[in-house]
Structures are given as C-alpha cells and as structure tokens.
Design a protein. Structure first.
Ligand code: FPP
Length: 277
C-alpha cells in the first residue's frame, strides 16, 4: 500500500515522496549550503543577492524536512573561515540576513513544531547577533518535533579541540588528569552535537566534492550526496531527491555488502584465496 503524502506538499514533492520508504528516512541530515555567489554571478547580480535568495531555499528545505518527519536537520550557514576570509561588508550582510531570518521565522518554526539550536563558537559572534539567536532558540525551546541546528561560526576542528578541552576540564574537576579517560564515546559526549544522532546523509550543493571542515567526526559513516544545483535554487524537491538516492545506497559501516552476507563462507573462501596469491 502507498503511504500517505503529508499535508502541505506540492505535486512534484508528493511524486518523489511516494517513491520513498518512510520507514528508512535518515534520522539526521546535514547540508553544506554552497553556490550563493555563483548563482548571483550568473544573474549579473552582487554576491549578497545570492545569500538573500538562499533564505528561500532554507525555508523550503526546513519545511519539507519537518513535514516528512526528519528528526534532525543541520545547516552549515557560516564557517569560522567565512568569517575571516570574506569582505567585512559581506560578513555584515550575512549577519543582518541571519537576524532577519531568525525574527521572521519563529512563527513558522513553531507551526511546524521545530526546535532551533546552534553549533559553533557563538561567543565570537557580535553580541547583537547572539541576542537574536538566543531569543529565537528560546521561543522554540518547547517544540518537540525536528531539531534544526544552524552551524554558525562553526569549524569541525575547533569543535574537536573544544571537546578535548572540555574532556580535560571534566577530568580536572573529578580528581585530576590521571582520571582522564578518552574513548570514542567520551569524545562524542563532549562534541557540540552530543545530543544528536550522527548524520546518515550529508548533502552538498553546487557540485563541490569537499567536506570543508563540517562535522568531520560525526560524518564518519554518512552517505554523501552532491548535487550541481546551486543553493538558492535548492528546494524541498531536491532534498527528497537526495533522500531517494540515499535509500538506493547500501550502508556497510566497514562490513561486507549484502551479497556477501548471504554467502559468508564464499566471502571467507575468497579472502583466503586472495591471501594465498
Ligand atoms: C555559500 O555560498 C553560502 C554561505 C557562506 C552562506 C550561507 C547563507 C545562506 C544560505 C543564507 C542565510 C542562511 C540562513 C540560515 C538564514 P558562497 O558564497 O560560498 O557561494 P560561492 O561558492 O558560489 O561563492
């Protein structure tokens, strides 16, 4: 039997959604939003016009993800490198755009039962921006649906450094550094994302094949989906196409594929034969 299409979807989205298996949706999707500048250049517009157009893409993607019941969506909005390597005027524009988005979107986030959170070194952002961020996350704090995380002034390496510092500080509080225990679980528990499952799927727009210092620890086993669509043109339909592709993939976590799982002896014999050669 075909599953039901969630209310509010357009025809194109519904068509793709019906091809999906609702039992195997990713629990966490991470998106590297890229291509705003190129989008603007193609239209002979200033770069900032691409960022402004990118907000419509954020809105459509967030709403579609919430409608289909994705538990967590994380968007890479602003890296630590962006902050240092872009003209001041562009950075200031991005900050204003973010504040505008946060104010304008609270109502919609609440309607969709979405809780807004952030990852990144927030304290390095301008205080006025931090206040807007706090106001928006407070206003959605009681929502129990999708967790929307904006990565702002984020760097995965800084996150890992912060996790180690926090691990060491915790050990110092609990009797000194000879009590320091480091394993995968304890590192994960000190990351900014300790309350989230690792992303199953990472999407990057505009065709670039890089992770750009995004969730390096958490993406260890994620499926990577790169689309040539530039971020301002990305919509819920593209998100659903990414999920459809994800559902075609076979996730192996370093193990053997499902063909081998049906014939483990054959696989072992093959490995032995290879080892003898
Ligand atoms: C990458 O495009 C995009 C960014 C650095 C900023 C992302 C911001 C938005 C999508 C708009 C606002 C976001 C929120 C959450 C309200 P680029 O400028 O690197 O593009 P290019 O590689 O084509 O130059």
């Amino acid at each position: 039997m075909r599953h039901k299409v969630p209310a509010g979807m357009d025809r194109k989205e519904a068509e793709i959604y019906l091809r999906l298996d609702p039992e195997r949706l990713p629990k966490h999707i991470a998106i590297i939003m890229d291509g705003n500048g190129r989008w603007a250049r193609r239209k002979h517009m200033p770069r900032v016009a691409g960022h402004r157009a990118g907000v419509a893409a954020v809105r459509s993607t967030v709403e579609t993800a919430a409608r289909i019941g994705i538990p967590a969506l994380t968007l890479y909005a602003f890296s630590e490198e962006n902050w240092k390597r872009r003209p001041k005027t562009e950075v200031a524009f991005l900050m204003r755009l973010l504040c505008h988005y946060l104010k304008a979107e609270i109502k919609t986030l609440n309607e969709h039962n979405i809780r807004l959170e952030y990852i990144g070194r927030k304290h390095e952002l301008p205080e006025s921006v931090q206040r807007e961020m706090e106001y928006a996350s407070d206003a959605t704090r009681h929502n129990t649906g999708m967790i929307l995380t904006l990565a702002l002034n984020y760097s995965a390496r800084s996150e890992i450094v912060d996790a180690f510092r926090s691990l060491a500080a915790a050990a110092a509080r609990n009797g000194g550094l000879n009590h320091l225990e480091v394993d995968e679980q304890s590192v994960a528990e000190h990351l900014y994302t300790s309350h989230l499952p690792d992303p199953d799927l990472v999407i990057r727009t505009s065709g670039e094949m890089r992770l750009s210092n995004f969730l390096l620890w958490q993406l260890a086993y994620a499926e990577i989906y790169v689309t040539s669509t530039l971020w301002p043109d990305f919509r819920g339909t593209h998100l659903l196409e990414g999920i459809a592709e994800y559902q075609q993939r076979e996730r192996r976590y370093g193990g053997l594929g499902k063909d081998h799982l049906h014939a483990p002896e054959k696989a072992t014999a093959h490995v032995r034969a290879e080892a003898k050669r």
